[in-house]
Design a protein around this ligand. Structure first.
Ligand code: KDG
Ligand code: MG
Length: 412
């Protein structure tokens, strides 16, 4: 059996998704997610122009060899575009291998280490009233752990707040907490760290008073603080017992986390914009984090993220795989198989996709009582309805960016 063809399919049901479909000479197909939010077509070109021609005729069973070949033969290593492209090939090959074996992928990764995956959803509101409604809504949907993001007095538009709770994917406005907005230019948001640092602890105090001490709560700082600001935030949130505080400082500077760590016992998570084990080397070895935030989609696939998580397991660091709406159902399913199999699973982010996306990507995973399960279908358990996909052509969309009050561009 050889790889006969590989097709890159772009579809935009509720948002843009890039999917690689590999077909073998025996007619077995495998899917991989290659979606890189706001830079989708760069991965399409990388795959179409440089990777697909290398795949034709290869043995689909040689997953590790194909990974090493694509990574090392490019010479130009790492980076989100390269690693998303390699991830898509890797997941599609795992899908094929599991289908050929007649087993759900998690069985090939060592079998189930648990009955399901604890997930967290995104509650948000521009003020406390809206936030509380959103937390209640998530509890009704079954979520047992909840991320909390609110507006900050004086700021008009910030990351993580649903601006349009009743979402209409065709209106072009962003829906739910999907930050990428369709259009020719990125949206500008505003930011003021001092207001944020004053406000966030009051929000968590209010949420604990309303919802009690039991519910695991999470928060995302989205890379916006300096190390000492992040240290202060971690310290000021200690009374509210967070499950984690995420991305407190920009990801490029691992040293920053050492300073944060020295000041707070609030657990730390980072890594959604990392893409290799080398990005994690220092922060895992020095035990500067508690959760690895990488997605299968952006970190070289199952093969490479498994390597990261095995390394992390030596230091009692757990998984907290990235699962926003810009990870397609293919990427989410891959994460679920990996999460079910590894020993050091922590929690899985799960935002849910819209109905159009669910029609394009036929899924066998389940979400019940706040727990995800990848299902028992051979492979990863997701198939692409290509006819439905074709009805939603690519639509340009960008992530927003931040400016401070004086006009300075700030981390978003
Ligand atoms: O594409 C960017 C989003 O995936 C990111 O902003 C979401 O921070 C995020 C999260 O924690 O889900
Ligand atoms: Mg995040």
């Amino acid at each position: 059996m050889i790889i006969d063809r590989a097709d890159v399919i772009v579809t935009s049901p509720d948002r843009n998704f890039v999917t690689l479909k590999i077909t073998t000479s025996d007619g077995v197909t495998g899917l991989g997610d290659a979606t890189l939010n706001g830079r989708e077509l760069a991965v399409v070109a990388y795959l179409t122009e440089h990777v697909v021609p290398l795949l034709i005729g290869r043995d689909p069973a040689c997953i590790e060899d194909t990974w090493q070949f694509l990574y090392r033969s490019a010479y130009w290593r790492r980076g989100p575009v390269t690693m998303a492209a390699i991830a898509a090939v890797d997941v599609a090959l795992w899908d094929i291998k599991a289908k050929v074996a007649g087993l759900p992928l998690y069985q090939l990764l060592g079998g189930a280490s648990r009955t399901g995956l604890l997930t967290y959803g995104h509650a948000s509101g521009k003020d406390l009233e809206e936030l509380f409604d959103s937390v209640r809504d998530h509890q009704e949907q079954g979520y047992k752990a909840i991320r909390v993001q609110t507006g900050v007095p004086g700021l008009t538009s910030i990351y993580g707040i649903a601006s349009n709770a009743t979402f209409d994917a065709n209106s072009g406005v962003r829906y739910d907490h999907e930050p990428a907005q369709r259009g020719a230019l990125p949206n500008e948001e505003d930011w003021d760290t001092r207001s944020y640092l004053r406000h966030v602890p009051t929000v968590f105090e209010a949420v604990r008073n309303e919802f009690g001490p039991e519910i695991p709560l999470l928060h995302d700082g989205h890379h916006r603080m300096t190390p000492i600001q992040a240290a202060r935030l971690g310290k000021s949130l200690e009374p509210y017992d967070l499950f984690w505080l995420e991305d407190v400082t920009p990801a490029e500077n691992p040293e920053a986390l050492r300073l944060v760590r020295q000041h707070t016992t609030t657990p730390l998570a980072i890594g959604e914009i990392f893409n290799t084990v080398w990005d994690y080397q220092q922060i895992i070895r020095e035990q500067l984090i508690d959760y690895v935030r990488s997605a299968v989609t952006h970190t070289g696939g199952i093969t490479h993220l498994k390597r990261v998580l095995e390394y992390a397991s030596q230091y009692q660091i757990k998984s907290g795989m990235h699962g926003p709406t810009d990870i397609s159902p293919v990427g989410m399913a891959a994460a679920m198989h990996l999460g079910l199999a590894i020993h050091n699973f922590g929690i899985q982010e799960y935002m849910k996709h819209g109905a159009r996306t669910d029609e394009v990507f036929e899924q066998s995973f389940t979400f019940e009582g706040g727990m995800l399960h990848p299902g028992e279908k051979p492979g990863i358990g997701v198939e692409l309805n290509e006819q439905a996909a074709a009805a939603h052509p690519y639509a340009q969309a960008y992530l927003p960016y931040n400016r401070l009050a004086d006009g300075t561009v700030h981390d978003w």
